[in-house]
Every structure is written in structure tokens, then in C-alpha cells.
Design a protein around this ligand. Structure first.
Ligand SMILES: [Zn+2]
Length: 448
């Protein structure tokens, strides 16, 4: 709700005191507000600019009747780059491709409302929610124009983050190759997601993820962007994915929603309870995300308490509702979350129309264009995919050239078993490029 909308200026005072009272019970699992405070310490204009952008987004989101305007016209696709930064001492941090692929699946489900657990949403919230019609695709082409899997793996001896209050400067090193991390790909064209240990090797990590809001982009006044700003999301490696062999200590269920939540921040959405922990008095009903259609709550929920109704709402046409623990932007259990509201969707799509519009025309998506824009695809079939190394190729058009690239975009020479069958050298992801005089088709194949 928007009644007494305060941005994160109160955050530090409120939560710092809350920390001292409840240090044993709670910790801040999302570093979004810390990221804003940190960037503001580097550049005093940062928070004001981020907040101004957010206020404009709110105005638009709240001016439409979210209960009746559910249809979004176009599916937006965002190219993703995963930077897996793993410490030599803990090879398990080098999480397998299968976990990265499954994380993309989670994002695609959650941002199209095709996740199976939407059925868990309480009926009173159904008029408020919808599909964002946003999809995610591992980048097919890198910043140098080479084919890619969209996955960068970096072995490091560096450590990142740690401490009860997230050390944002230290976490930021994961985004810099010179500091033992991995440099982002052009942030205006790629959603960069770093995956690593951002809790300094702590046995009981508290910070699950951090993301930056749409700010510091090309529409900002020159000179207002801190050089240290690296746009994207950073995720604790064992709070990532939903088939991750690394179990999060303490038994917390991880099903991919850490990334759903942080990407929400990246696309402009804030916590349902902006004050996060309820401030020094434990309850600030007026200080939340400013949206009309997210039920107000006095602090971010932990657990999955559907009986909780901490604040009285005046949602247009509806009135009061319980706290929406099903919302991805709460702190509730990941298997309790399943929905975005129309207001949140309005913000995210507006950000893609404006501040982050470069993602939608990114060269990182060019393989999709190649597939969609020609008829060559119908004349070539490859199977099985995934395979165990042997790929059958059938085509009506015999006049094509086949080039094979590995996941680094390097051309490799496959072993031709016969005219229609190739053997890929080792396990991994490959791109088969079929070129004829007028057309080009790229197909991704997996040798598992
Ligand atoms: Zn958050």
C-alpha cells in the first residue's frame, strides 16, 4: 500500500536497531537495500536517482486498475549470462550446467505464471496476480560476437563477502576479474548473474542474494554513476537453483526463488515490506513498496504463516487482505512463494520498455532470431538431443556447410561417423551451424 510511502532512507536506522535486538533470530537474506546504501556511499546521487525512477514506475503502476488489466501483449525475452565463480578450496561451488539450466526453467515458469505451485495461492489473491510474460534465455552470442552457452566459469582463490552486515565492497569483487571474480558482459544488453560464495566461507551463510535496481543506466545524468557499479544479481551458490547438489545449511528449502526474487529487484520491484524487519517498534504498516495491490505488512514474513494479517489494507475494489506470503518479493519460505501482483508486473515490464530496453534487442539473443527468421530449420533435423555424443543429421537440403562450435565459441572438428552422423568429442554443449548460400541456422546440442 502507498499511504505513507517511505523509501529506504529509514532502512539502516530501523534495521540496525532491529539487528541488535534480534541478532540471533533474524538476518537479512536479501542484500537489495544494502546494495542501494553501498552504491549511495560511492555516489551520493545514487539513492535519489533510484528512488525517483521507482516513484515514476509506481505512479504508472498504481494509475492502472490492476484487477481488470491482466493481459500483457508481448512476451519479452532477456538474455542471461551466468558467471560461476568457484573457490579452489571448494570445487562443489562449481555447480553443474544442469543446475544452471534448471534455474532458467524456474525463472521462465515464475515469470509466465506456469509454475505448478500457483495452485497454492489463496483464492482471495487471484484477482491481483498474473503472468509477467517475461522469458529468460541463456545468451547465445557473447560480446565479441562468438557463439556461447551463456555460462562463464572462473576458478578463484579470492573470497567474497562475510560478516553479519553484508560487506558489499567485498561482494562486489566477484564482479571484477582483476579481483578474482568475473567481469560482466555489457550490462545494457545482458542480465549478468554471478553465482558463488558471498558469505566469506561462513558455515551458516545468511545472505542469499543481492541485486541492483534499474538505475545508473544510460538515462542517468553523466557523472552520476559510480565506477564500481556492476549491474545484475549475485547469488549465494547453495541458495541457487532447485536441483542443486549443494544443500543450504540449516535445512532451508531452495527451489530457485532466490533468483526469482533478485531478478524482481533487478527489474525494479521492491520488498512488499520495504522496512523489511518492521523497524524499532516491530511494526511499520505504512512503510512498504508503495504499490496499491500488494497487501501491506509490518515486516517481511519468514516461514509461511497464512494466518498473518499484520496491517489493514484498502485495496481498490477489495479492501483488506491477509499478508501475502505467497509473493516472491517477501522473505517467506521459497516453497510458500508462487506469485507476482499486477502492480509488480507493471513495474517490471515498464523497466523493460525503458531503463532496461537494451536487453530486448541484445545481440545475446541473436540465435533465436536466426532460428525464427528462416525456413532452414524445417529442412534440418538433429537427434537425439541431448545425446551421448552421436548426433544424427537429416536434411532435405544437402548443399549446406556444417560448422561446430564448443561452449567457448571455438570451432571444433567433429568426427564424421558417416555422411549423416557425427561424434562430438567430449561432454558439453555444442552449437551446430548450418550455412547455405542464403541461410544460416544454429542449433544447440548437448552431449551428456
Ligand atoms: Zn530482496
Amino acid at each position: 500500500m502507498r499511504d505513507i510511502f517511505k523509501l529506504s532512507t529509514v532502512f539502516c536506522l530501523a534495521t540496525c536497531l532491529s539487528y541488535t535486538v534480534n541478532a540471533q533470530q533474524i538476518s537479512d537474506q536479501c542484500g537489495f537495500n544494502h546494495a542501494i546504501e553501498y552504491q549511495n556511499s560511492l555516489n551520493p546521487n545514487y539513492k535519489e536517482q533510484a528512488d525517483n525512477i521507482y516513484r515514476n514506475l509506481l505512479q504508472k503502476a498504481n494509475s492502472t486498475n490492476s484487477v481488470t488489466s491482466k493481459k500483457t501483449p508481448v512476451t519479452y525475452t532477456i538474455p542471461v549470462v551466468f558467471h560461476v565463480v568457484w573457490n579452489s578450496s571448494t570445487p562443489a561451488q562449481n555447480i553443474p550446467d544442469s543446475v544452471l539450466f534448471e534455474q532458467i526453467n524456474v525463472l521462465n515458469e515464475d515469470y509466465s505464471r506456469t509454475n505448478l505451485d500457483t495452485s497454492n495461492l489463496r483464492a482471495e489473491f487471484l484477482p491481483l496476480v498474473g503472468s509477467a510474460d517475461i522469458q529468460f534465455q541463456l545468451a547465445c552470442v557473447d560480446t565479441n560476437g562468438n557463439f556461447t552457452t551463456g555460462i562463464v566459469r572462473t576458478e578463484t582463490s579470492a573470497t567474497f563477502g562475510g560478516g553479519f552486515f553484508p560487506d558489499m565492497a567485498s561482494i562486489g569483487k566477484i564482479q571484477q576479474a582483476s579481483q578474482g571474480g568475473s567481469d560482466p558482459w555489457r550490462p545494457s544488453e545482458y542480465l549478468n548473474i554471478w553465482v558463488g560464495d558471498i558469505n566469506g566461507g561462513a558455515a551458516s551463510p545468511s545472505l542469499l542474494g543481492v541485486a541492483t535496481p534499474p538505475a545508473g543506466l544510460s538515462n542517468w545524468p553523466s557523472g552520476s554513476v559510480p565506477a564500481e557499479l556492476q549491474d545484475g544479481a549475485v547469488i549465494q551458490y547453495n541458495a541457487f537453483g532447485r536441483n542443486n547438489p549443494n544443500v543450504f545449511p540449516g535445512g532451508m528449502v531452495v527451489n530457485g526463488r532466490t533468483v526469482t526474487h533478485e531478478v524482481g529487484h533487478y527489474l525494479g520491484v521492491r520488498h512488499c515490506a520495504e522496512n523489511t524487519f518492521g523497524g524499532i517498534l516491530g511494526s511499520i504498516c505504512g512503510d512498504d513498496d508503495g504499490l496499491n495491490d500488494t497487501p501491506n505488512c509490518d515486516q517481511s514474513a519468514q516461514g509461511c504463516d497464512i494466518a498473518r494479517n499484520s496491517c489493514t489494507d484498502t485495496i481498490p475494489g477489495i479492501g483488506d487482505l491477509p499478508d501475502m506470503v505467497e509473493n516472491y518479493m517477501d522473505y517467506s519460505d521459497q516453497d510458500c512463494q508462487n506469485s507476482f501482483t499486477q502492480g509488480q508486473i507493471s513495474i517490471m515490464r515498464a523497466v523493460l520498455d525503458n531503463e532496461r530496453a537494451g536487453l530486448l534487442t541484445s545481440s545475446g539473443l541473436i540465435c533465436l532470431t536466426a532460428v525464427e527468421e528462416n525456413n532452414f530449420e524445417n529442412s534440418v533435423s538433429i537427434y537425439p538431443n541431448p545425446s551421448h555424443g552421436v548426433i544424427n543429421i537429416e536434411s532435405d537440403n544437402t548443399n549446406f556447410k556444417l560448422t561446430v562450435y564448443n561452449n567457448l565459441g571455438q570451432e571444433i572438428v567433429p568426427y564424421f561417423l558417416n555422411k549423416t552422423q557425427i561424434q562430438l568429442p567430449t561432454k558439453g554443449i555444442y552449437f551446430l551451424k548450418f550455412s547455405s548460400e542464403n541461410e544460416t541456422l544454429v542449433k544447440k546440442v548437448v552431449n551428456q
